[in-house]
Design a protein. Sequence first.
Lengths: 111, 113
Amino acid sequence: AQRVTQPEKLLSVFKGAPVELKCNYSYSGSPELFWYVQYSRQRLQLLLRHISRESIKGFTADLNKGETSFHLKKPFAQEEDSAMYYCALIGGDTGRRALTFGSGTRLQVQP
Amino acid sequence: SQTIHQWPATLVQPVGSPLSLECTVEGTSNPNLYWYRQAAGRGLQLLFYSVGIGQISSEVPQNLSASRPQDRQFILSSKKLLLSDSGFYLCAWSVGGRPYEQYFGPGTRLTVT
């Protein structure tokens, strides 16, 4: 069975500091990994996917198959980055059409 | 443009009472539909998903059920609520070929007393 683990419930940093939100996964096949974000009083939304290898709002995430990780990083945190972040996985080789989410990490960026 | 609606927004129900939460999507056809529960400190738990009318996949054993009577309507039900059913229920949809890009509704806060 596939599993996504986000070990930190809360991550608090100061504005301008680097941010790394950890995500580890367990999946025997070929996974696709994603990060979703939920800002205060907004709906949960897709932030980025590993296949795109893109930077969104300064965030990047690299899939490390050796360490089975997909950590989300940003070199300089901004106050508007404060939100709940969820890592998610879908089994790319099973045709399964549903995401498995981690338990989420709340990022607090202090001024 | 596509929109997703959920109602009610909040609900307080006694233990043992029935439940019906409704989700509808506008502006798209044949979407994949999903029900999640977000319990305090436990993140998002997938409950059900549907790839078409009458096609429901259940992810966890529980006293909840789901139905999809119409293409863009997804209903979450229970015959008898338990205290442990309290939580925040989210509906989401995606295009069939892009199940990873889900669009979430505003959610329903359910409190079972």
